[in-house]
Design a binder for this molecule. Structure first.
Ligand code: HEC
Length: 266
């Protein structure tokens, strides 16, 4: 033991201590960023897919030849406008944790203009300057953290311009190709509260996590922030045929771990 001096031991333990402190400080921030990044990428994808669905539908309905109905045949009901088609989807997602809106400050004649709060006003202003950006903000809605994201909807095909400018009662009939006509707004829940945080008393502990599921294997990996320190926790489950049954188990394990580490009272 003569080779190991006291200063050496002090230096090594000091280094180890510093690394542990750095990990404790950095890991929750990194995990939180990874969560937000994944949510953001998913939301942008979803918004883009809805935008493309609207565009495709617009190109399809308007390119249909309007042939006279053959004798004795009753014409089927006209297909809904591209916007009405998307609005039906909006209504179907309204009660879901992740939902979207299709909006414009220039609503079709006879329709109520949608409420434009600060987020929507700023997004609209930004899109007029640069129609290639994604506008985002983090907001707390119904006590839960959401990512609010907007992408512009532009007049990308001649059919958009023709149909909109052709409406004689419309106050705006000078649409041109490329104009930003509206936007798709996505609301995405940032935190899955059905797993790790499931049984934490509401608002008691700041926490964050990233979930994943492949087949019957599910996990939730995250951090829980306490006054005396942070807990990093990863819970894996396997063999639950139904995810619905695995999630309460993950919640209970995380709750017990929080109690065991003194973050929650027993
Ligand atoms: C066949 C006609 C037609 C075509 C083609 C069409 N629209 Fe529309 N658009 C409408 C109608 C009708 C409404 C209003 C629908 C409603 O009130 O349900 C509307 C509404 C909208 C709105 C929302 C405004 C509001 O009422 O709140 C936007 C934005 C929009 N259209 C953009 C576009 C874009 C971009 C395209 C092309 C990709 C397009 N439209 C193609 C007929 C059309």
């Amino acid at each position: 033991m003569s080779g190991v001096t006291t200063p050496f031991i002090v230096i090594v333990s000091g280094l180890v201590g510093a690394i542990v402190m750095a990990l404790i400080a950095l890991v929750p921030a990194t995990m939180r960023e990874a969560t937000i990044d994944a949510v953001r990428r998913g939301a942008i994808d979803a918004a883009e897919q809805l935008r493309m669905t609207h565009e495709r539908y617009a190109a399809t309905v308007s390119s249909r030849p309007r042939l006279p109905a053959p004798k004795g045949v009753i014409r089927p009901v006209e297909p809904p406008s591209p916007s009405a088609f998307l609005q039906d989807l909006v209504n179907e997602t309204r009660s879901r944790p992740n939902r979207f809106e299709f909006l414009s400050p220039f609503p079709w004649p006879g329709r109520e203009p949608p409420a434009f709060d600060e987020f929507r006003k700023q997004a609209w202003k930004t899109f007029q300057r640069d129609p290639n950006v994604v506008f985002t903000n983090e907001e707390t809605l119904d006590g839960q953290r959401h990512l609010r994201l907007a992408v512009p909807v532009r007049m990308t095909t001649q059919s958009c311009v023709d149909c909109h400018n052709g409406e004689t009662t419309s106050p705006k009939r000078d649409w041109a190709m490329g104009d930003v006509a509206g936007m798709i707004e996505m609301l995405t829940l940032q935190q899955n509260t059905r797993r790790i945080g499931r049984y934490f008393p509401e608002g008691a502990l700041p926490w964050g996590s990233k979930t994943g599921t492949v087949g019957d294997v599910s996990h939730d990996a995250g951090f829980v922030r306490g006054a005396g320190g942070d807990m990093i926790i990863v819970v894996f489950t396997r063999g639950f045929p139904v995810l619905h049954d695995a999630e309460p188990v993950m919640g209970e394990i995380a709750r017990l771990a929080a109690v065991a580490s003194g973050l929650l009272p027993a």
